[in-house]
Design a binder for this molecule. Structure first.
Ligand code: LLP
Length: 419
């Protein structure tokens, strides 16, 4: 459920007509609903309330906007970060360092040192080599780093290949059959406090079955390690729960996910950690755009909007579907290709899509743009970096201003040899 609804025929974000935001901020622009974010954060927490010990670490990569992270900090969420930059954002938003998990397949030494100095809660190690390096850094700082070993369970998540992470051929985690040996060796290092296992098999999962298969494997490994006398107190089950992108689509609910986790982990006696991203932020945001013009095409007209693949990369990268709705639909429909102004054919949001009839100057939205939207934006074709707005009831605020091409140009300079 979200708070983007029609009132008197006009699409609103909570109590704010989207036209108000377009007039004030201009388009394209992301619009987030505070009430939707809060609701999703609470629904996910509630779904896990039957589990004895839970730590929720919001995956910042899905939406690292400071206001979004602050809202989740206020909801008691920790953070899952993958760079020193994300860690700085989590801390700036008020998430205590002890609630932050540092994931990521290529943590640099300087980043690990900074995270240790900040007092980060846990490192999720992606290789034995990384663990050895972290142990040395921690020892040199007179510390012990709390860590979990990320295991690659070789389970097919059944999602898009580019966002699948739990197959043996993926770069993530250590191979399942080598995990016990690696954990044992890392647990013997003075700089590490090996306390758990971690898994994350992919994103936008449409079935709980692969997650369950991965968790069962992880539970078996936990038992084997404990059988050796090693302490395994934390089990990080990652993120990955999918959300509907098309009206009418159905995905496993957080409740069903929580029930599955409760069943699988009932005799684990461990703190369960979760790294939800999309399930919290996905349907909490839309990308507001204006139609520049409609151009006749061979099979269908091209609706050229002022948003482009640099603002919302998902369709170009993953052939992702985002519902497209007019802000003030007349009831008339058309079949069209929806494209942006960028000079390549991958700048296409949809082909032969049945949509509300729109014309030059009309406002429209791409739905479910709150996750992996603004954060993946760039300035290709010397376009501006897209701004972000948060709505709260009848109030709204700019939470990331537009960064103009002139600002980016100002960061460049000519070398002496060209002047
Ligand atoms: N934990 C780890 C270790 C991850 O790699 C990810 C996502 C998450 C948690 C959060 O997953 P979520 O709950 O959001 O599915 N840009 C792609 C998605 C990439 C996901 C990367 N990892 C997209 O737009 O679909």
């Amino acid at each position: 459920m979200d708070h983007f609804t029609f009132r008197d025929g006009v699409l609103h974000a909570e109590d704010v007509p989207l036209g108000t935001i377009a007039d004030a901020v201009a388009t394209p622009c992301y619009v987030y609903s505070r009430a939707t974010l809060t609701r999703h954060a609470r629904v996910f927490r509630e779904a896990l309330s039957r589990l004895p010990r839970v730590h929720l670490a919001f995956a910042l990569k899905s939406n690292p906007n400071l206001a979004v992270v602050k809202l989740l900090a206020d909801e008691g969420y920790g953070a899952d970060v993958v760079s020193a930059g994300e860690m700085a954002r989590a801390l700036a938003a008020g998430i205590p360092a002890s609630g932050i998990v540092f994931s990521g397949v290529g943590k640099r030494g300087d980043e690990m040192a900074r995270a240790l100095a900040a007092g980060i809660g846990q490192f999720n190690l992606e290789s034995e080599e990384e663990g050895v390096e972290l142990a040395a850094i921690a020892a040199s700082l007179g510390r012990r780093a709390a860590a979990a070993l990320r295991v690659n369970p070789d389970v097919d998540a059944g999602t898009h290949g580019k966002i699948s992470t739990g197959k043996a051929e993926n770069k993530f985690g250590v191979p399942f059959d080598r995990a016990q040996g690696i954990f044992t060796r890392l647990a013997a290092l003075a700089g590490l406090e090996m306390r758990g296992l971690a898994v994350h098999i992919g994103s936008q999962l449409s079935s709980l079955d692969p997650l369950e298969a991965a968790f069962v494997k992880l539970g078996g490994l936990m038992r084997d390690l404990r059988g050796q006398g090693l302490a395994v107190s934390h089990m990080d089950l990652g993120g990955g729960l999918g959300v509907p992108y098309r009206a009418g689509e159905h995905f496993p609910s957080p409740e069903a996910y929580g029930a599955m986790v409760a069943r699988v982990s009932r005799d684990w006696d461990a703190t369960l950690m979760f790294e939800p991203g999309r399930v919290i932020t996905g349907n909490s945001g839309v990308l507001l755009t204006r139609v520049i013009r409609v151009k006749p095409g061979a099979s269908a007209p091209f609706v050229i909007v002022d948003a482009a693949m640099n603002d919302l990369a998902r369709p170009a990268l993953y052939d992702a579907w985002h519902d497209f709705l007019a802000v003030a639909p007349t009831g008339a429909r058309m079949t069209a290709h929806i494209v942006g102004p960028i000079c390549e054919s991958s700048d296409t949001f949809a082909m032969n899509r049945a949509i509300d009839r729109v014309g030059a100057g009309d406002l429209a939205i791409f739905r479910t743009a709150g996750a992996y939207g603004a954060t993946m934006a760039n300035t290709y074709n010397s376009r501006a970096l897209v701004p972000e707005v948060m709505v709260d009831g009848a109030r709204w605020a700019l939470v990331a201003r537009r960064i103009d091409p002139a600002t980016i140009l100002a960061a460049e300079s000519l070398p002496d040899f060209l002047t």
